[in-house]
Design a binder for this molecule. Structure first.
Ligand SMILES: *Cc1c(COP(=O)(O)O)cnc(C)c1O
Length: 376
């Protein structure tokens, strides 16, 4: 359904129709110049050959330093694997830890790829449903109830794609405690850790104790906070034996991420971060406008997200399945949004505000008109 809507929106755009897109899963800002310059220099210097499969030592060290500096976590460079995107990191983690007979607990709404990766590994996704009543956060009792002797991995994404919700440090610790007690590994997707609003904070589940650290694999990447989605550069940090297994998998599948992209990664982590407060201020403005506009639509309610660049309004009172809602919204008002069902959550939509304020105003004017036509 998502693909149908996405390709329809693209076809309409190609016909010259004025489609407003709220489907973007990537920042609309350009990669900061100093990062591009580092990659350009690397190319010009002839840095165009194979690198070590798990990344250049300079970048693995820069990533280890980042975890120490920002998260208070000590990783040796050998525990850090640089990969071809955060998605690739997730895939490697699941391949290295899961096999047939294993269960992987994934809270819904979830990022689309997790359950598919689990199935590719021959394991079984176990979905925990959450709603806007808990800001789409899984509770400790829900997690406890979902764990069986076959549970291998729990997937925690905070801040979240698709909902933008952010777990508090206490909430993260409570979930981590259960995983430690039950011997369940945690794949902690922290790619949105820098995109926070309203004073929300991020705390890595690995940071609460040695036992939490030993149970956690952190996946991360350059796509979101440095706007480098097309560079295909991500990373992970894991306990030594898991890092070793992932190193083996990567060396026999993709091998190293692109050489000169890795030089850009070094610049991203060690260079100026001045872009980030500017982007955050812009995202925050858009988020407020979009959140207010959505809640002003009759029959629509939307919890305000505290992170990433998504809102996840509830449209269940409007009497249409999310896929039908999105198809008709696109057809009648030329607005593209992703139906909640794509993320395992019927009755919602994902609205990305990684698009300009004028576009947000225009698109939500149209959606408002569409919603009123349903009510009337
Ligand atoms: C964007 C994203 C990633 C990683 O994306 P890459 O482009 O592969 O780096 C990982 N997890 C979530 C939840 C994301 O939204």
């Amino acid at each position: 359904m998502t693909l149908v809507i996405d390709s329809k929106a693209k076809a309409m755009k190609a016909e010259g129709l004025d489609v407003v897109g709220f489907g973007a899963g990537e920042p609309d800002f350009d990669t900061p110049q100093h990062i591009k310059d580092a990659a350009i220099k690397a190319l010009n210097d002839g840095f165009t050959k194979y690198t070590p499969s798990s990344g250049i030592p300079e970048l693995r060290s820069a990533i280890a330093d980042k975890f120490q500096r920002e998260n208070g976590l000590t990783y040796k460079p050998s525990q850090v694997i640089v990969s071809c995107g955060g998605k690739h990191s997730c895939y490697n983690v699941i391949m290295a830890t899961c096999e047939e007979g294993d269960e992987v607990i994934i809270p819904a709404p979830y990022w689309l790829s997790y359950p598919e990766m689990v199935k590719l590994a021959g394991a079984t996704p176990v979905i925990i449903t959450t709603t806007d009543a808990t800001e789409f956060k899984v509770t400790p009792s829900q997690l406890r109830a979902a764990i069986t002797p076959n549970t291998r991995l729990f997937v925690l994404t905070t801040p979240s794609n698709p909902t933008g919700s952010v777990y508090t440090p206490d909430e993260i610790k409570a979930l981590g405690d259960i995983c430690v007690e039950k011997g369940v590994l945690i794949m902690s997707d922290e790619i949105y850790e820098h995109l926070l609003y309203d004073g929300a904070t991020h705390r890595s589940v690995a940071s609460f104790s040695q036992a939490h650290y030993d149970h956690t694999i952190i996946v991360h990447g350059f796509a979101k906070a440095w706007s480098m989605t097309g560079w295909r550069l991500g990373f992970l940090a894991a306990p030594e034996p898991i890092a070793k297994a992932i190193d083996a998998i990567q060396s026999h599948s993709t091998s190293n991420p692109t050489s000169f992209a890795q030089k850009g990664g070094v610049a991203a982590l060690t260079g100026s971060q001045a872009h980030l407060p500017l982007w955050l201020a812009e995202y925050a403005k858009r988020r407020t406008v979009a959140w207010q506009r959505l809640n002003a639509m009759p029959g629509v309610s939307c919890v305000n997200s505290k992170g990433a660049f998504y809102l996840f309004p509830n449209i269940s009172k409007l009497g249409l399945k999310s896929a039908d809602f999105c198809a008709r919204l696109l057809e009648t008002e030329k607005v593209a949004a992703v139906p909640g069902i794509a993320f395992g959550a019927e009755g919602y939509l994902r609205i990305s505000y990684a698009t300009g304020l004028a576009n947000i105003e225009k698109g939500l004017d149209r959606m408002d008109r569409f919603v009123r036509s349903l009510n009337g």
